[in-house]
Design a protein around this ligand. Structure first.
Ligand code: ADP
Ligand code: MG
Length: 673
């Protein structure tokens, strides 16, 4: 065996430096974090050749005393922590006292700094970690650190550097995150002599988003704000219709620190369930704030990952904040619902009928008239909304089962398999989301979005506070959302292509409503909210459906679940299933095709909840008016009213149910404007 010897200090330093300083972006990160910790309100970052040539960070923070300048570059030298107990409550971005030591070990560093009260500043030059003498020098208030020739003394590391363009991109991404997490600080980023980013530092997140992520993205956003227990959530999320092709625009901060987190991504996307198109992803800039001791930032040297002490609480806070914001966006802002209903005889018409009665009445009509099978009762309105929030599947547990990768975050808390806190009707447990005390909720909006007669209201523990002003300042594109209206019902001009209802609103806009999509959504909400199994119809002659052994067995295995949806099936041998009963609002002739589809859905669902949700989709679709059928006038009116009220906004697959053309847009098409 060779001798055991302690490494020479400079070798040990180089090894340690490699852990902190991986690439130019890590240098920029450490230096900017130091500037932020120093209380800077303006930070300028300049890089050349992807940072390999030069990195310069200038701040207007507190500066460093000349006498302490060499100390700052020693390993484990920090002003931010004194004892092991401090480790449990890290409030600054830095704390290891390693960055300056590591950076200076692998580069040539110049620092120029002046404290506020000091008459003059101090300068120091270091090469490979070896400091020169501290010199007195005139300097502006704050600190400027220049890093040149990164990795000049570690050729092995130098070889691993990517192209300058890749390093520049990494720094640019970092600058974006830093700017977004500190809207109160003005960031300027100069790459190879050109301004690449400049935020105003006016304290408004919108301004930072606008500057760092672009105008179009900024305009696609809705503000969100909420709180669950100790966890506060705020920021912006994209409107469901403006989903993006990837997750690249999802930005999360925890206690001001940019982090990557599958848990937060899952919670965000869960909030959009059934509202966003398949294959599209929400974008966001979301800030999660929680007590420092409830989050461990010390799990990764680059500190881009964190460990939450109570994962479920964090998940629920994000999920409910997002979901309630999206919900509120479509809630009526007009007169309370019951008033509308009283003056609107159409509702009564449907209220007094159930599916069977209506079917009987519609019998003499030709097949297309079967379209008028739906039962719409106003109770569903509220029931569906309540159900949305009490569905046990729409929570942390569901995301846990649906996204196996989440397991990597650590063992889920014991309560994971329970209903999410929001589901608990009645007295709210401590972790239940509650309205943040400091955020005022417009008193006017409340009785309208949550009318008194709705049973859900008293129990609903969370009202997101959405500052109306912020929404306006974002200047959201009008055409994309269906704004609830308080004026007269839309005039139905007619139906085209047996699919779209054309309407005119009081404000002179033309609306095209996809009747199948709208009806599918209504069915979906109704089925989801239903407490009782749906009404059934006994088939005159049981239908034998040949499904093959595998699918046949799968359906029979799930017979109790199918029972809940109104199907009575039994084994007919050889992979065939005999169906005796089907849901009343389904076309009996569709039995075989529906069962085939259900088998397919059962196959794709991993958990029971997922299977149930998949079946819901199929049943909602099967019970809906088909595009291509001619509809009854009353039917059109009810559909349109649901769309107008904002109750129905997306089909369960996230497609919009209505599009709007403004008068101006039409005039432009006709070259009148
Ligand atoms: P840490 O940030 O973990 O404390 P660093 O090696 O990054 O360790 O910095 C060491 C110390 O140098 C800091 O604790 C701080 O006191 C001081 N320092 C570093 N950068 C700045 C700056 N830009 N302005 C003021 N003080 C700074
Ligand atoms: Mg630091």
């Amino acid at each position: 065996m060779p001798h055991i010897e302690q490494l020479a200090p400079h070798v040990a330093d180089l090894i340690a430096a490699g852990e902190v300083v991986e690439r130019p972006a890590s240098v920029v990160k450490e230096l900017v974090e130091n500037a932020i910790d120093a209380g800077a309100t303006a930070v300028v970052v300049e890089i050349r050749r992807g940072g390999m040539g030069l990195i310069r960070v200038t701040d207007n923070g507190c500066g460093i005393a000349p006498a302490e300048l060499p100390t700052a570059f020693l390993r484990h030298a920090t002003s931010k922590m004194r004892s092991a107990a401090d480790l449990g409550k890290i409030g600054t971005l830095g704390f290891r006292g390693e960055a300056l030591a590591a950076i200076s070990a692998v580069s040539r560093v110049d620092i120029l700094t002046r404290q506020k009260a000091a008459r003059s500043g101090a300068a120091l030059h270091l090469e490979g970690g070896v400091p020169g003498a501290v010199e007195e020098e005139g300097a502006p208030e704050g600190t400027t650190i220049t890093v040149r020739d990164l990795f000049y003394n570690t050729p092995a590391r130098l070889k691993f550097m990517k192209k300058d363009s890749a390093e520049t991109a990494a720094v640019a991404g970092l600058m974006q995150h830093l700017a977004l997490s500190h809207p109160d600080i003005s960031f300027k980023f100069i790459k190879d002599g050109a301004d690449a980013l400049h935020t105003p530092g006016d304290g408004k997140l919108e301004s930072a988003i606008y500057a760092a992520m672009g105008r179009d993205f900024a305009k696609s956003l809705l503000p969100v704000q909420g709180r669950g227990g100790d966890v506060a959530v705020s920021g912006f999320v994209t409107q469901p219709l403006l989903g993006r092709g990837s997750r690249s625009m999802q930005v999360f901060f925890v206690n001001g620190r940019f982090i990557k987190s599958q848990l937060l991504t899952a919670a965000l996307e869960e909030g959009y369930r059934n509202q966003i198109m398949k294959g599209k992803f929400p974008g966001c800039v979301l800030s999660v704030t929680l007590p420092v001791e409830a989050v461990d930032v010390n799990v990764h040297p680059a500190k881009t990952q964190v460990k939450f002490a109570r994962e479920k609480e964090v998940f629920d806070a994000v999920y409910h904040t997002v979901m309630d914001c999206l919900d509120a966006k479509g809630a009526p802002v007009s007169a309370p619902k019951q008033v509308q209903q009283a003056v609107n005889p159409r509702n009564d018409f449907f209220q007094t009928m159930d599916a069977k009665t209506y079917r009987e009445e519609a019998k003499p009509a030709a097949k297309p008239q079967q379209a008028a099978r739906a039962v719409w009762s106003t109770e569903w309105k509220s029931a569906a909304r309540v159900a949305d929030s009490v569905q046990p599947k729409s929570g942390y547990a569901a995301a846990q089962s649906a996204k196996p990768a989440m397991g990597a975050l650590g063992k889920p808390p014991a309560s994971v398999t329970q209903k999410p806190a929001m589901g608990a009707i009645g007295s709210a447990p401590a972790s239940v989301i509650s309205r943040p005390a400091e955020v005022p909720v417009a008193p006017k909006a409340e009785p309208v979005t949550k009318p008194a007669p709705e049973p859900a209201k008293p129990e609903r523990p969370f009202v997101p506070a959405i500052p109306a002003m912020r929404q306006e300042t974002l200047d959201l594109p009008e055409q994309q959302t269906i704004e609830p209206v308080k004026e007269a019902p839309w005039r139905i001009a007619g139906e085209v292509l047996h699919t779209y209802i054309i309407c005119e609103s009081e404000d002179g806009c033309v609306w095209l409503v996809d009747k199948h999509a709208a009806h599918e959504r209504i069915n979906f909400d109704r089925l989801k909210a239903a407490q009782e199994p749906p009404m059934r119809q006994t088939l005159l002659r049981p239908v034998a459906v040949e499904l093959g052994r595998e699918d046949g067995a799968l359906l029979l295995e799930n017979a109790p679940l199918l029972e809940q949806f109104g199907f009575a099936c039994e084994d007919f041998g050889d992979g065939a299933v005999l169906v005796r009963e089907v849901p009343a609002d389904m076309d009996a002739e569709d039995t075989a095709a529906t069962l085939e589809e259900l088998a397919e859905k059962l196959r794709s669902g991993r958990s029971l909840d997922e299977k149930r949700e998949n079946l819901l989709h199929t049943m909602a679709c099967k019970a809906a008016i088909k595009g291509g059928w001619t509809s009854d006038r009353k039917e059109l009116e009810v559909l349109v009213e649901k769309v107008q009220s904002g109750e129905v906004r997306f089909c369960p697959h996230g497609r919009p149910v209505a599009v709007r053309l403004t008068k101006y847009e039409l005039e432009k098409m006709f070259k009148r404007a």
